[in-house]
Design a protein around this ligand. Structure first.
Ligand code: KIV
Length: 265
């Protein structure tokens, strides 16, 4: 996928969208060579790349640095969306535009921002009118983990469901080209997806959204202690890579590496 027009085309043709997070050059070259449709430089880089417990530690500078590395790796092959980090779009329009400019100039093709309230809709409209495509993010919005009281499924009762449905429509009206729905009941995600003209991308939102997103490290089993219900682990990366490290260590110890093959005459 090369542009936001491809997102809309997928929705219109009822073809699913696959998105993966990515934060560095090397993995970006692999994703770029794969069939995955698009890349999210998520603020989850605070967890996966920097070891912080929440995404609140991601900053505009961190987002710009990782976005630039991913764009160098993915080249022109993939559409790259980058997250607005915690607070970066809440300090007034001028500060928001400065943050957006920094991350877009790092090479992002679009920005994602969490939440739905009057200020967010205003910001989305202004960014879109300024040429910045915006992906919304509703349901469990990890930047609000302290306000939500933990990483919990959202939209369990009717009132909360009505609120998320309205937020999705308001984001669409404000000009968002797509909305991420995180950790909401499948039925709610399905209803929102049917009510919107723009595509939805789910994570922990069931099979009926227009696309799916997973965190790269979760999918590859890099963090064996972390296994929420919505994550599917396609590879036992932690153990597989540890085994390679141990083989290397043993070969160094036994002087089986380097051999003549890896040495200069
Ligand atoms: O930062 C992130 O990885 C995200 C996805 C979970 C949607 O926002």
């Amino acid at each position: 996928m090369k542009s936001i027009l491809d997102f809309q085309e997928r929705k219109n043709k009822k073809q699913k969208i696959s998105m993966i997070t990515c934060y560095d050059y090397t993995f970006a070259t692999i994703v770029a060579d794969s069939n995955i449709d698009c890349i999210l430089v998520g603020d989850s880089l605070a967890n996966t790349m920097h070891g912080f417990p929440t995404t609140l530690s991601a900053t505009v500078n961190m987002m710009a640095l990782h976005t630039a590395a991913v764009v160098r790796g993915a080249g022109a092959k993939k559409f790259v969306i980058a997250d607005f980090p915690f607070m970066a779009n809440r300090k007034g329009l001028t500060a928001t535009m400065t943050a957006a400019e920094k991350i877009m100039r790092a090479g992002a093709h679009a920005l994602k921002l969490e939440g739905g309230d009057e200020f967010t809709y205003k910001v989305v409209t202004h960014l879109v009118n300024s040429g910045v495509p915006i992906m919304g993010h509703l349901g469990l919005t990890p930047q609000s983990v302290n306000q939500l009281g933990g990483f919990k499924v959202q939209g369990r009762d009717e009132k909360a469901q009505a609120k998320i449905k309205e937020q999705a429509l308001r984001l669409q009206d404000a000009g968002a080209f797509c909305v991420v729905l995180e950790c909401v009941p499948s039925k709610l995600a399905s209803e929102i997806t049917a009510s919107l003209d723009i595509p939805t991308i789910g994570i922990g939102a069931g099979p009926d959204t227009d696309g799916q997103v997973l965190v790269l490290q979760d999918m590859l089993g890099m963090n064996p202690g972390f296994k929420p219900k919505f994550v599917k682990t396609y590879f036992n990366g932690f153990e597989a890579i540890k085994e390679v490290f141990n083989t290397y260590h043993s070969e160094v110890e036994a002087v089986d590496f380097p051999t003549e093959k890896e040495s200069y005459s």
